[in-house]
Design a protein around this ligand. Sequence first.
Ligand code: ADP
Length: 717
Amino acid sequence: MQSQAPHANQRPPGGFRHGIWACWMVLALSLGLSAFAWQESRRAVDHHLNSEFNALIQETRRKLDERITDYTQVLRGVTGLFAAAEGRVSRDDFRRYVTTLELDLHYPALPAVAFARHVRAQDLDGFIDEMRRSGIEDFSVRPPGRRDAYVINAFSEPFVGGNVKALGYDMWQDADRRATMERAAASGQPMITRRITLRIDETVNPVPAFIMYLPVTMNGEILGYVLSPFRMPTLLQDLLGRNDEFLSLAIHDGAEATPDTLFYRSRPEDNATPRLVTRQTLEVGGRRWTLEFSSRPGLEAAAEIGRPWLVLGLGVAFSLLLFGITWSLSRVTDRAEAIADEKTRSLRENQSLLQGIVDNSSAVIFVKGLDGRFLLVNSVYETLFKVTKADIYGKTDFDIFPREVAEIFVENDRKVLDGGAALTIEEEAPHPDGTRTYLTVKFPIPGIDGVPIAICGIATDITEHKTATARMAEINSRLESQAEQLRRSNAELEQFAYVASHDLQEPLRMISSYAQLISRRYGDTLDRDGQDFIAFMVEGASRMQAMILDLLEFSRIGRREDQPTDINAADGVAATLRNLSSAIQKTGAAVEYHDMPHIRVRSHQFLALMQNLIGNAVKYRHPGRPPAIRITARRDGGMWEFAVTDNGIGIQPQYFERIFLIFQRLHTRDKYEGSGIGLAICKKIVEHHGGRIWVESVPDQGSTFRFTLPAAGESDG
Ligand code: ADP
């Protein structure tokens, strides 16, 4: 019975591809994680970069504000001067005030601080007079011409170079300046022009600049404007300070950012495109400036902008490494699984092979663990003990058999394990139809290290065999006793025959002697009948004597314990022929023999045997032809088979057995002389040597007597 349940760990085909899939999954997952880490890192860096950038911008804007406010204070100070002097400020007052400001030192961006007087058309001439009187003899208003109103540069300090030339310039006629002044007058706040190039710088060093105006009022009337030109590069010099490394600033006048509107640049543009660029607006003196902040490599380095790429690089390298490891692991696992599959398959094949052999055995086969629990039984076991494999596995003998039987089994198992070798034990097991006897070979099953791990039993039911053996032993002993009885009665019979024939000789001789005496002494007085009767008596006695002699000879065979010897059969035959020479001569018989073997016999018995057979061949010759006798021999195993063939009268088949019995004859005495004991003697001699004798014959043609005798040097039978 095969129990081939599908196995739980049977791997579906394509396990290798699954392993590869797992590797690719690992790679994809770890690459995904790397990308995620890269993204996260980038976000963190961006965040850091942005917040740093914004902080720098805030700081820069604050500094810018402070600086402009700082400079604006200069103009406010001048309006203070006018207020204090109720508008009557002389050029000397003005100069002294401005000198105390130490523009070169504290406000380097200001090449001049000036005051421009508001002059109506009707007051122009008076104003010119006033200016000429104050010491500027060639004072004139530029550009010339009559206009409704003027705002004319009256004081300009420090009073050197271009500042001197600027005196007399009417700013009101310049649309941009006029608009600026109107805004300042309307708001009372400092206002600035748009981006210009200062006339004093035009030829020497044209740099972007603007002019700031602040109105000076007296009793609600506009007296004029304090003004100051600002050189942007100087104004914003060192604005960024150390932050220059992280940030650059460009300022454009207005909302546009073009090269034409460029007001200020903290440094020449970098070659690399900045990572972060922000545009903001700033209100300065009523004008809108556009501030363009750009990040610089220093900021990016400080923010470790390269870190995400490092993270990504390391992540990818790690993923590839992981992939390599899982790949080689999966290859190793695949190989291991393939080997395991192969092993499992061959193990299962071996198992079913074993189960097949075991189940098809006629013997009862079982295997128990060292704890006595059944691990395997075959179908015969199931059938005999009416259990199933499922029932019995894991159980012990005590679960199946009565306690006393189980104890014997377990004790036998222990002996086998203690001895470490196979034992053949007769065990008896109860069955529903009675107890049966098993011849069980029990042997330990060694594990890999040679230490027994289980015990196996192969049991053959010998109940029938045992019964038969017992019956045979009984029959044998009965036969033995019968044979013994037979031997005893045979011996008694032979003893009787011997004693009888021996002891009968004497009284018979007496009868014969006295009958002869009566015949001699009283023969004349007897009538013819009396004489005949006496003659019959004498003849009968002598015949009886002859029979008794024969019987004596017969009974002697086997009595004498002489041992057989190796003789040449040819010598025996020759001696026999000498004894029979007269009969041979008389009948003209021809006797032929050659290739006679060496045999192991009692030689006088071989002579008697041959004499009886050759004698009979001569005696029972055919009346129509002289006897022709042939003696041959052929090897038959350890024996020699002799044949004595004649061409005599032959024998009817129905007498083939009878002629070997004692005193059995086929003819009357007047036809052929004889007592009928010759062949009985032959049979006894042959059988006494372990051979057998039989006859083959065709009546009227001849007979062949065959017999076997042991070959020389063979066992004496
Ligand atoms: P006996 O010769 O004294 O009669 P045997 O025991 O020798 O006794 O022989 C038994 C009988 O077997 C003989 O009476 C004879 O009839 C038959 N017999 C024996 N030998 C031959 C033979 N060679 N040919 C024919 N008949 C034979």
